[in-house]
Ligand binder design. Sequence first.
Ligand SMILES: [Zn+2]
Length: 369
Amino acid sequence: MRFKDIEGQTIMANKLTEIIDSGRVSHAQLFLGDSTSGSLALAIAYAQYLNCEHRQHYDTAAGHPDALRADSCGECPSCKKYEQLVHSDLHLYFPTTTTDSVKSNPCCDEFQQDFRKFLTEYRQQGTLEDWYAFMQTDNKQGQLRERDAESMVNTMALTTYENGYKVLIIWMAEKMSAVVANKILKILEEPTRRTLIILVAEHSDKMLSTILSRAQLVSIPRVHGSDEMTFGEVQVRAENRDYFAQMYVTWMRQLFKLNMASLSAWVDEIAGLGREQQKQFLMFAQESVRECFLCNLAGMPLAMDFGDAKFNSSFPAMITEHNAEGLNNAFAECIHAIERNAYSKIALMELSFRISKLLQRRKPAAPKS
Ligand SMILES: [Zn+2]
């Protein structure tokens, strides 16, 4: 997979090739993006570029600012094996389940050929549901299993077959139980030479914090053009998203200054939306805070776009380990109150005061003298 073959992710591709060219490749990374983001294809393209023997660099100065700055060559021996997904230092893990052909003890080893066939047929953009349909699972939910974790640990212990990096890609990493996750903590935190582990996931809230804290976050935006985006469990329609982002930016700015007149007008506007819309907005806001916190933690630029460059670059720093949990709880309680038909204006005003206080609490309390 070359970056040029992934639609709508040029900016992300440029960030990724820059990480590799600058030699700042972290041993364990989490590619987080919804099913429209092409995150698995990006992970494979990233691994291919990392191992390419003749990386291509393009002169972007003259061209469109969104043009690709670099890509793998597609021609060298390593690229050729990557294009066929047969490179001996590329190891793929994914959820499996029992099927007609694998009646017991499923694990990734049993499905390697099927999975490569699936990736090829779906141009590496298939969803988890597509994969289940491909395996003909009869609606059974797949998992990443203990045997898979053992295989990951063993694979990491092997020497690389070829000259480049050994790469483990773990697709749908949220399908790992705590037991399985614990088995791979050691390989996540103890980098061995020329190895890369890429976890690919859709929902950070379904992942264990032990895993999240050990992987560098690469937050992958959705591809523009698909008309719905997922925020946690809610689907937010694209036209709502721009409005929500705008209302969110306005709100957060008001909460810094605590301007009561404009805050009150803001509360009136949100309270005037239907209850379901209010809930969706709050879920959007909650997810935004989570995203800002994760980016802040990982020291990565924010991938989500609030439609305001200044806000995009300055706001994530306001969400720290001192207030992230409090903010998350405040949103959750307000959502719950709105679901229980609380009076929206009061619930939103109370939430505003709570957030305002929490934003000021982003640094540890000064010791009392
Ligand atoms: Zn190449």
